[in-house]
Design a protein around this ligand. Structure first.
Ligand code: ACO
Length: 330
């Protein structure tokens, strides 16, 4: 039966490295505080006016090259981001123009840290149903232009990095395929992690007072996010495995979203899963939201941690709240 598989991947982070010590020069924080609480040592930030679609283009061209395809082979673009280049239109349209493929449908996915998994399930459905052959799925974020880099915003500012990860999802009759995924959302907790302005429910959408109050910056109840993440992730992982007749011991590699090393360590402990089979790279990149799973997965493929024939489990949790897990036979 036709299924979908990842034919090629690419990833890109901007060259500018921002260390914890660099941040300590901008706000009251320390390398020790950030490392202990999050595991992050450095992240990459863009210089100047660079939008998510610019990072996405580089990652996408890498994925196309790995798949041995050209932009003309793409018949659907799915762009997962919480930091679109513009309020509207979506970054998918901008990426399509950059790739020079006018007419190809382009959709943005607004599911934050779970965006890549929502996109992968959508790509899989399009391919299984025959509605698309080659889907370009990309997660890309530019956080650095939207965070408060003063002491007021330090709880959030130290967490995020910029970057992009992309996959070409295409049809297969073979064993290597997306097996299944389970997705969830719970909007009752939308406000524990959000950017509230500018947005349609505010009239005016932005005022000098709102700017003064910093309401255009992300706001997070970090403890609550932490608590939800360490409950929901093990739950959805057990659920998708059980539904497909697998045990945790069948999983060769777990690639979780990179929100916080402490979250991933706690989830790994709760599962009773071998830490050496978990891919973590937040130390180098911080939290790149929709880009984090494809960047981590692609790095693990390139360095040989993910090998042909292995059972790979992707898991994500983020604002919305949204969360999910995807099983892939590599
Ligand atoms: N540097 C130094 N001190 C800081 C910083 C900072 N960057 N940020 C906050 N503090 C201070 C606070 O002001 C507070 O000071 P006080 O005790 O004098 O009031 C103190 O440190 C403790 O603050 P808490 O917010 O209670 O710190 P906590 O131990 O909860 O850690 C953290 C904060 C790391 C954000 C934690 O709650 C967490 O990991 N939450 C998960 C959220 C997350 O990972 N989000 C990522 C984005 S969401 C996603 O991708 C799903």
């Amino acid at each position: 039966m036709t299924g979908s598989t990842l034919l090629g991947m690419g990833h890109y982070v901007p060259p500018r490295v921002v260390t914890n010590n660099d941040l300590a020069g901008l706000m009251e924080t320390t390398d020790e505080w950030i490392t202990q609480r999050t595991g992050i040592k450095e992240r990459h930030w863009v210089d100047g006016n660079v939008g998510a679609s610019e990072l996405a283009e580089i990652a996408s061209r890498g994925a196309l090259a790995e798949a041995g395809l050209t932009p003309q082979d793409i018949d659907l673009i799915l762009f997962a981001t919480l930091s679109p280049d513009l309020n509207f239109p979506g970054s998918g349209c901008l990426l399509q123009a950059r790739l020079g493929i006018p007419g190809v449908p382009a959709m943005d996915i607004r599911n934050q840290c779970t965006g890549f998994l929502y996109g992968l399930k959508t790509a899989d459905a399009y391919i299984r149903s025959g509605m698309a052959r080659h889907v370009l799925l990309v997660g890309a974020e530019v956080h650095s232009t939207g965070i408060d880099v003063t002491t007021r915003g330090r709880d959030v500012a130290v967490l995020f990095g910029d970057g992009a990860g992309a996959a070409i999802v295409g049809p297969t009759e073979g064993a290597a395929r997306v097996i299944d995924s389970e997705l969830h959302a719970d909007g009752r907790f939308a406000e524990i992690l959000m950017v509230e302005a500018p947005a349609s429910r505010m009239n005016p959408r932005l005022s000098p007072q709102m700017l003064e109050e910093g309401r255009h910056y992300p706001k997070m109840d970090g403890r609550s996010v932490f608590k939800h993440a360490v409950e929901r992730l093990p739950e959805v992982i057990h659920s998708v495995l059980k539904k497909n007749g697998y045990a945790l011991s069948d999983v060769d590699v777990l690639v979780p979203h990179q929100a916080n090393l402490r979250i991933n360590e706690m989830v790994t402990r709760q599962l009773g899963f071998a830490p050496e089979k978990v891919v973590n790279n937040i130390q180098k990149y911080g939290n790149t939201t929709a880009a984090s799973i494809p960047i981590a997965l692609h790095e693990a493929v390139l360095d040989g941690r993910v090998k042909k024939g292995q059972l790979v489990l992707l898991a994500g949790f983020g604002a919305g709240l949204t969360w999910g897990a995807t099983l892939v036979r590599w």
